[in-house]
Write a protein that binds this ligand. Sequence first.
Ligand code: COA
Length: 160
Amino acid sequence: MDKTDDSSTATIRHLREGDAEALQRHCYPGAPLEEVQYYDRWCLHPARESWITRLVAEVDGEVVGNAQLTAWGETGEIGSLVVAAGFRRQGLARQLIAALQADAEARGLAELEIGVRQDQPAVVDFYQRLGFAQQAHKNGLSHPACPEPVLRLRMRLRGT
Ligand SMILES: CC(C)(COP(=O)(O)OP(=O)(O)OC[C@H]1O[C@@H](n2cnc3c(N)ncnc32)[C@H](O)[C@@H]1OP(=O)(O)O)[C@@H](O)C(=O)NCCC(=O)NCCS
């Protein structure tokens, strides 16, 4: 899976034990390190290999972004997409999503789904340019932890 893109110095690779400190520092500075470590360990547990892929983006040896694919039946949900503030607009999110899409296709999933807050129109546009389309019936749902309504966007995968 490890893949270096020539257009930047980023490497997209699987999460490893030991990434939590850099992830907390760059991507989740408001979260306690123990929480980031706990969640990383949870994702890396062998029992979850069949339904979770967690990738990180590494630049100059530092982990500065991450994203996750969770397989729910035939649907792969992309979540936890965060790129560190100082590393945005360099194509890292695009590379993370492309790698998760390839992973979902390799798993034989039929579609990808991604949620985005309605107050992030630039991000909605970005996902739509990648091929995601809105699902009207799921729009506007919110979550107690994220009161801003969330749009659900979906993409059919190759061969389905
Ligand atoms: C959203 C986020 C993941 C994008 O990461 P990124 O690495 O900067 O994204 P990319 O460089 O791959 O940008 C892809 C495209 O998205 C659009 N885009 C991303 N952020 C944007 C912004 N703040 N304003 C306008 N357009 C934006 C642009 O079209 C961009 O392409 P361009 O730079 O060629 O114009 C990042 O801003 C982030 O971590 N934000 C905080 C967490 C978050 O909102 N996560 C998404 C939850 S759905």
